[in-house]
Design a protein around this ligand. Structure first.
Ligand SMILES: [Zn+2]
Length: 543
């Protein structure tokens, strides 16, 4: 049998054991097994529904503020309902493998459903960084790091949260959330990578499911409480919400145990080395966290509450680095420096004269990061020529860098030089076809040149691979409105709200679209199907 106190169990061995057990189980008697499981699952659902009510009541007593109570009413309850329904419909058709205790607590399929519901909440409630350049960089980096992780399924939803405090999290279903503040607090790419590889380890070791197994009484229900509380804390940007929410249950279920955190450190550390980074960077990141903790007073960032750094955690990390015998390794990339500079400028207040601050900083330290921060701060102050001049310093050093070329196009667009911006964006797209930030910018430029059809087409190309990205749908709707494609505008907004989980609003948009689609039979059919689906969704929620 698989031992759940996972530190001693290597995942590959565990997987083999699971397969053997499950094959034996299948060989016994599949029909009897299925009937038994169906009965068992029906019982579980009844228990779950009772538990949901009990926990729901307890949570309501734990929420003190009006805001949290409102959130609970509108979202938490629907979250419980959606998930409960999904369990009813999905589990029976997707029987958990016998003997796999981890999957038995929460199946991989269920983790995906939890993840989707969670993502909807985050999209709808949390302030997102709407910057395709930062998004693209982060996604590519995470995929690259994951290549040497223990994850078998490497498909992620990367959410960038517009918050300058330090935080990162991994939620079931491949969701990785990162605050802008992680960039600010990780001095270089290797320190940043140490946090990412730690989070990837939580996913690969299925800590979410294993944590639920630990609390033997409430399993699935506590999963819901935990994930909702997590969403709540992130959305409210209020670490205390993380404590207030599930206090009704047990504090134990809220955070990963020290053993699981240690395991994530260990797997994360191995991943970091395999990805070629300097092994010392994990210890350094912990030191940064100690420093942040010291300076944060009562306002302790979320990440430090869930990941307290003890002196032994720091020394363990440095000892492990020493033991590898590896000296050096990858530290930084040029693009990480640019992204960090970009965010530094974006978060500086007041934003309009941040260039004075960065000019001064640059006197002392002429790093690429600081030059880029100056470029960006001039841009924010609409001092476009100065911004281009500063960018010229970087372009001279790195003429082929795509991020710099894109920044060039962005500034040209900002100053209204649309033809030059278009030429520059086309140059980037020639080198990197379907590049996400380049295409987003290119479609804006085309729209500015009244080339609405081409602008729409370029975004539709992106949607082929990124149809769940709400920002593309939103931008498409704006271009369609500008181009007077009102039918398209309502349909794109409908898709946008659907991703955000705002079904009522989505339904409204598709109803508007239906009225406009009378002359186009195929489109009308499509919209009618969509409306039917949304109505079913709403009815299920109301049950
Ligand atoms: Zn962790």
């Amino acid at each position: 049998m698989l031992t759940i106190n996972g530190d001693s169990v290597e995942p590959r061995t565990a997987k083999r054991k699971i397969e053997t057990t499950s094959n034996n189980a299948k060989a016994n008697d599949s029909s009897v097994g299925k009937i038994f499981l169906k009965i068992l699952l029906s019982c579980c659902n009844i228990v779950l529904s009772l538990l949901s009510k009990r926990i729901d009541y307890k949570i309501s007593t734990a929420f003190r503020t009006k805001k949290l109570a409102m959130f609970k009413r509108t979202h938490l309850l629907s979250f419980f309902l959606i998930f409960h329904l999904n369990i009813n419909s999905q589990v029976v058709s997707n029987l958990p493998t016998l003997g796999d205790r981890v999957s038995g607590a929460v199946s991989v399929e269920q983790e995906k459903q939890i993840g989707e519901a969670f993502l909807g909440q985050i999209y709808a409630q949390a302030p997102l960084i709407n910057d395709p350049m930062i998004q693209e960089f982060t996604e590519l980096l995470i995929y690259r790091i994951s290549e040497t992780s223990a994850l078998s399924e490497r498909s992620f939803n990367v959410v960038l949260i517009d918050d300058k405090t330090l935080n990162a999290f991994a939620a079931p279903g491949g969701i990785i959330g990162i605050n802008g503040g992680l960039f600010l607090n990780a001095d270089d790419e290797s320190q940043f990578a140490s946090v990412i590889s730690h989070e990837l380890a939580h996913l690969s070791q299925r800590h979410f499911a294993r944590n639920i197994l630990r609390g033997s009484d409430t399993n699935m229900a506590s999963a819901l409480v935990m994930i909702s509380a997590l969403a709540l804390a992130i959305i409210a940007n209020n670490p205390s919400a993380f404590i207030a929410g599930p206090a009704a249950l047990s504090q134990e279920n809220l955070r990963y145990s020290r053993n699981l955190e240690k395991e994530a450190d260990r797997f994360g550390f191995n991943n970091l080395i395999k990805a070629g980074y300097d092994p010392k960077s994990m210890g350094e990141m912990f030191e940064n966290m100690v420093q942040i903790r010291r300076l944060s007073g009562d306002q302790i960032p979320e990440f430090l509450l869930t990941h307290p750094v003890s002196s032994s955690r720091v020394s363990d990390a440095f000892n492990a680095a020493d033991q590898t015998g590896i000296i050096g390794g990858k530290r930084n990339s040029i693009d990480y420096q640019f992204i960090r500079g970009r965010l530094k400028a974006d978060y500086y207040k007041p934003i309009n004269n941040s260039y004075n601050y960065f000019k001064e900083i640059l006197e002392a330290d002429k790093s690429n990061e600081n030059i880029y921060a100056l470029v960006r701060s001039y841009y924010h102050a609409t001092k476009f020529q100065e911004s281009l001049d500063a960018l010229g310093l970087l372009l001279k050093k790195f003429p082929k860098d795509i991020m710099l070329q894109l920044t060039n196009a962005e500034i040209l667009f900002g100053m209204g030089n649309l033809e030059a911006a278009k030429t520059q964006a086309e140059e980037v797209l020639r080198i990197s076809p379907k590049n996400y930030p380049a295409t987003m910018l290119y479609s804006k430029i085309l729209s500015g040149l009244d080339e609405f059809y081409l602008a729409e087409e370029s975004l539709r190309d992106l949607l082929i691979t990124k149809k769940n990205n709400p920002l593309i749908w939103l931008q498409l709707s704006e271009i369609q409105r500008a181009g007077k494609n009102i039918l398209g505008y309502h349909m794109s907004l409908g898709e946008y709200y659907l991703i955000l989980g705002q079904i009522d609003e989505s339904l409204n948009q598709f109803r508007f679209a239906l009225k406009l689609s009378e002359e186009n039979f195929q489109t009308m059919e499509y919209i009618l199907e969509k409306i039917k689906l949304l109505q079913t969704n709403l009815r299920n929620r109301a049950r």
